[in-house]
Design a binder for this molecule. Structure first.
Ligand SMILES: NC(=O)CC[C@H](N)C(=O)O
Length: 385
């Protein structure tokens, strides 16, 4: 197999991607030397590679980007969802010889190498994606500088994400206040924000843009560790509680399910996104299941079943809530128009609702951003009666 791709930083070498089913791909290393294993998934977004790689929800997942040219606009300090790369590895067709953008501070390859992330380029990502679509997301490994046998062994040893509680592994160690509000006051919407609601956000692997969008709506946001519990949240006298996105299987996160159940029962306005949506479902008595290859992209149509409106959304999940398991006090609000899977529900007996996709999506689409306004409205109603 020939690889015309030459890495501009000169650390290119042979790399192998192995899938647990025995499929091997040979390409070139574009990140760190070494080896990595995880669940191999594909994301169809055409932009946002920095946001995807740094999204904590991708912990223990090797991400294949189906858009063929990745890295064109380089990397900057602002477009990240967390302070480091969380994806376990990256698979792309092609990286450019030159990253070019006025905001670019370094190229993708050196960022990957600096963060110790193993990545491979120069493989047929269309073929790989077809395998993942047909057989489902599966365990895999990338090795840079080792043998195919080693890659295959690692791929087969990775146990898969079912049953894995990863939220607590990526959560903040200590509570903190989100402080971009001031930045927003100076440079954001150009309007003075009223002193807003106090949101306590459980960090199961939270993306920066979620906290930013709450702050943009005037909220003061206190972020709590995943295992902080309901009492710690209540002690902060929140106007509302936010349940974040995050990696892994929601089912083993009993600490989060327990806290959510108590907060919702007490009538605290609650909003969940992605893993937070799944946790709200489990706390309400529903079930979650593992999807075949999940939803990972930025153009997924979702219907608001209450208004009939169709919206384009960003998605990143491999588990889903079983709609048949929703109890009577949960009303379906959104469904996926790709496969009819559940995308959102609200509690009919409490001020609580959640969404499976990503209303905070950065770089977009932004069709679902009004869900944040709904949350703020819910908190204001609870405050003023
Ligand atoms: N983005 C997320 O929060 C993902 C939720 C969960 N880890 C899933 O894969 O379904």
């Amino acid at each position: 197999m020939k690889h015309p791709l030459k890495h501009p930083n000169g650390n290119a070498g042979r790399a192998i991607l192995a899938l647990a089913d025995g499929t091997l791909f040979e390409g070139v290393a574009i990140g760190a030397k070494g080896a990595t294993a995880g669940e191999v998934v594909f994301n169809t977004a055409m932009s946002g590679y920095q946001e995807i790689l740094s999204d904590p929800s991708y912990s223990r997942q090797i991400v294949t980007l189906t858009y063929p040219h990745i890295g064109n606009t380089g990397v900057n300090r602002e477009d990240v969802e967390a302070s480091r790369i969380h994806a376990a590895g990256l698979v792309v067709k092609d990286v450019p010889f030159l990253a070019s953008n006025f905001r670019s501070e370094q190229d993708l390859q050196s960022w990957l190498a600096e963060q110790g992330v193993v990545a491979i380029a120069g493989i047929d990502t269309r073929k790989l994606t077809r395998i993942l679509r047909e057989k489902g997301a599966q365990s895999g490994a990338i090795v840079a500088g080792a043998s195919a046998e080693e890659a295959l062994r690692m791929a087969r040893e990775f146990p898969g994400l079912a049953g894995m509680d990863l939220a607590q592994t990526v959560s903040t160690a200590a509570p903190y206040e989100w402080t971009e509000t001031e930045w927003m006051l100076g440079h954001g919407h150009g309007r003075q924000l009223q002193p807003g609601c106090h949101v306590v956000a459980f960090d199961f692997g939270v993306k920066a843009n979620i906290l930013r969008m709450l702050a943009q709506r005037g909220c003061r946001v206190t972020v709590l560790p995943a295992k902080a519990g309901a009492a710690a949240a209540l002690a902060l006298r929140p106007d509302g509680v936010f349940l974040s996105n995050g990696p892994g299987d929601p089912q083993p996160c009993d600490y989060a399910i327990e806290a959510t159940r108590e907060l919702i029962e007490r009538g605290v306005p609650t909003f969940g996104i992605c893993l937070g949506h799944q946790i709200m479902a489990l706390a309400s008595g529903a079930r979650t299941l593992k999807m075949k290859f999940g939803h990972h992209g930025a153009n997924h149509p979702v219907q608001d079943v209450e208004t009939g409106r169709v919206m384009i959304t960003s998605q990143n999940h491999g588990f889903a809530v079983d709609p048949d398991s929703l109890p009577n006090n949960c009303a379906v609000t959104h469904i996926s128009l790709f496969d009819g899977s559940l995308q959102g529900f609200r509690r009919t007996d409490k001020p609580a609702f959640c969404f499976q996709g990503h209303p905070e999506a950065s770089p977009g689409p932004h069709d679902l951003a009004p869900l944040f306004d709904r949350f703020v409205g819910m908190m204001e109603t609870a405050r003023h009666g």
